[in-house]
Design a protein around this ligand. Structure first.
Ligand SMILES: [Zn+2]
Length: 281
C-alpha cells in the first residue's frame, strides 16, 4: 500500500516513505483497512488497486498493490448546497468563513461528537474538524480534516478545497445569519454617540439583530477579505456591497453580550474578526 504525500501525516512513520506491506484479515473492506491505518476516509480520493479504480467496499486479497490518493481539489460535495459545521475548536475559522459569506454553523458549547456528527447529517453540512475520531463517526454526512492549527492557513485550506462562492460582508460573524441593510434611523438607539456621528452605512443581522458598520477594525477585516478574493474569488464572485450592505463592526444587541458570546471559545484572545466591539472610540 502506498499513500499520497498529503495523507502521510496520518500514518505511522514506517508507511510514509512509499510502498509498505499490510496484513489484512481477508474479510475487511479496503475502506476499513485504510481507516484502521489512521487515514480518515473523508481525506481519501481514488483507491487504485493494481492500476484500477476500486470502491472502498473492495476486500483486498493477497499481493494486491493499493495506491491511496488524496481527495481532488476543488472537492465537490453532491447532495446539498455547500454548507459547513465546525467543531468547538474552530471558532476563529468559523468567523472568517462567515466574514466571506460562507455558511458556517458553529456551536460555542461542546455538544459532543455524537451530536455534532448527527447535526452534520440532519442539516447536510460538511463537518470541519481536526479530530480524526470525530471524522470517523458513522453518523457523519460529510466531513473534512482541517490540516493546520493556524487560522490563516485553515481558511486557505477550506477555500482551496471546496471553492465555496464568496460573498463578503453578507453574513453575521456572530451567529451565521444573513445580513440586511439597515437604515441609520432603525439602529440609532443602539449606537454610541461617536458612532452615530461618524457612520452612515449600517447592516443588521436578520437573525440575532446584531448591528454592523465599517469601523476601526474594518481595514484588518478587509485585508482578510481581499486576500481571500484575490486567491479564491473566481470570476463571478464579485465583491458585493460597495456602499450597500457592508459593515464590519458590531454592537452588542440585546442580551447577547459581545465578549461573552466569544469568550467561551478556545482560541487565544486576539483582536478577533467579530470581536470588533463597536464600542465607540
Ligand atoms: Zn447574527
Amino acid at each position: 500500500m502506498r499513500f499520497a504525500p498529503e495523507l502521510r501525516l496520518f500514518v505511522e512513520a514506517g508507511r510514509r516513505g512509499g510502498w509498505s506491506s499490510v496484513t489484512t484479515d481477508g474479510a475487511s473492506t479496503l475502506g476499513h483497512v485504510v481507516e484502521s491505518l489512521g487515514v480518515p476516509l473523508t481525506e481519501v480520493g481514488r483507491l487504485v488497486v493494481n492500476g484500477r479504480d476500486t470502491p472502498v467496499s473492495h476486500v483486498p486479497g493477497p499481493g494486491e498493490a493499493v495506491r491511496v490518493c488524496a481527495v481532488t481539489r476543488p472537492q465537490r460535495v453532491p447532495g446539498a448546497p455547500l454548507r459547513f459545521l465546525l467543531d468547538v475548536h474552530l471558532g476563529t475559522l468559523a468567523r472568517r468563513l462567515r466574514l466571506l459569506g460562507v455558511d458556517a454553523a458553529y456551536e460555542n458549547a461542546d455538544i459532543g461528537d455524537a451530536a455534532l456528527a448527527t447535526l452534520s447529517a440532519t442539516e447536510r453540512r460538511v463537518l470541519l474538524s481536526r479530530d480524526r475520531g470525530l471524522l470517523r463517526r458513522r453518523e457523519l454526512w460529510a466531513g473534512a480534516y482541517v490540516y493546520s492549527d493556524q487560522p490563516d492557513e485553515q481558511l486557505r485550506d477550506v477555500l482551496g478545497r471546496f471553492a465555496p462562492p464568496l460573498v463578503p460582508w453578507s453574513r453575521c460573524t456572530a451567529c451565521n445569519g444573513p445580513l440586511a441593510a439597515a437604515d441609520k434611523s432603525e439602529v440609532l438607539e443602539r449606537l454610541a454617540g461617536g458612532t452615530r456621528r461618524t457612520y452612515e452605512v449600517f447592516a443588521r443581522c436578520t437573525v440575532c439583530g446584531q448591528v454592523y458598520w465599517r469601523g476601526a477594525h474594518h481595514s484588518r477585516l478587509s485585508g482578510i477579505v481581499e486576500d481571500a478574493l484575490r486567491e479564491f474569488g473566481g470570476p463571478g464572485d464579485a465583491v458585493r456591497g460597495g456602499d450597500g450592505v457592508v459593515a464590519a463592526e458590531r454592537v452588542p444587541a440585546g442580551p447577547r453580550d459581545d465578549d461573552g458570546s466569544e469568550g467561551a471559545r478556545s482560541e487565544p484572545p486576539r483582536a478577533s474578526d467579530s470581536r470588533a466591539t463597536g464600542k465607540s472610540k
